[in-house]
Design a binder for this molecule. Structure first.
Ligand code: DX5
Ligand code: ZN
Length: 226
């Protein structure tokens, strides 16, 4: 069940955009809630995208707020910098820091929302009591590293577990899913309790603004009243 049933957030991932034309690719998703920006370091994940200088330019021209997804080792060193650049939300991986609470506090202090991401093999249980320290939990529905992979429906028990803990805490925390989200899978995630949806290939494959509207409608149709 969602704590906020009035709005389902769609965050297109520019991992599926044309990197040579990022500004116009960003303009095509102006009806999104945020843009999901995947930073990969070829260490935490076996792929490489971009880092602070490119993200600084994205921040300068994007029509929507930045939702940073840091798939990088040594998150403590790099995550605060993205908050300082003005990103609305900075999500680091639980597997990439020894002290997620300290890092989340640092990000919040700077003024961004703090998110924690869990790879498919990472258990949510150790983090459930800490939820008030975070503004968002990202449950990965693919192995991080690449766009265009198949949605892992077997992650839904983890989404439900986080949604139940959120309810117990009575907090307004966002619950994000990332990987394989399309009009066919978004409803499954919404029913499990997700409210913030990343979609890369599903958005950029067609007309992005139409795809965003379709995804939002599909998510809303499957949202349970809390
Ligand atoms: C994968 C990235 C995703 C990716 C999703 O590691 O974190 O954000 O862009 O792409 P799709 O929606 O194509 O699965
Ligand atoms: Zn991502």
């Amino acid at each position: 069940m969602n704590s906020d049933t009035t709005h389902q957030r769609i965050h297109p991932s520019i991992l599926s955009a044309d990197f040579v034309n990022l500004q116009s690719e960003l303009e095509r998703i102006a009806n999104a809630d945020s843009v999901h920006v995947d930073v990969m370091d070829n260490h935490f994940v076996p792929n490489l995208t971009f880092g602070p200088p490119v993200v600084e330019r994205i921040q300068a021209v994007s029509p929507v707020p930045l939702d940073m997804h840091l798939m990088i080792s040594n998150a403590d060193k790099w995550a605060p910098g993205y908050a300082e650049m003005g990103a609305a939300s900075v999500t680091f991986h639980a597997e990439a820091t020894d002290n997620p609470v300290a890092l989340a506090r640092r990000i919040r202090e700077i003024g961004a929302r703090a998110g924690i991401a869990l790879k498919p093999g990472t258990d949510a249980a150790p983090y459930l009591e800490l939820l008030p320290e975070f503004d968002m939990v990202l449950v990965m529905t693919v192995e991080p590293g690449f766009g265009g992979q198949k949605f892992m429906a077997d992650m839904m028990p983890k989404v439900k577990q986080v949604a139940q803990a959120r309810k117990r805490h009575g907090i307004d925390m966002w619950l994000q899913v990332d990987g394989g989200i399309s009009v066919d899978t978004i409803g499954i995630a919404a029913e499990a309790g997700a409210d913030t949806f990343v979609a890369g290939s599903a958005v950029y494959k067609g007309d992005p603004s139409a795809r965003i509207a379709e995804l939002r409608a599909a998510a809303l149709a499957h949202t349970c009243a809390a």
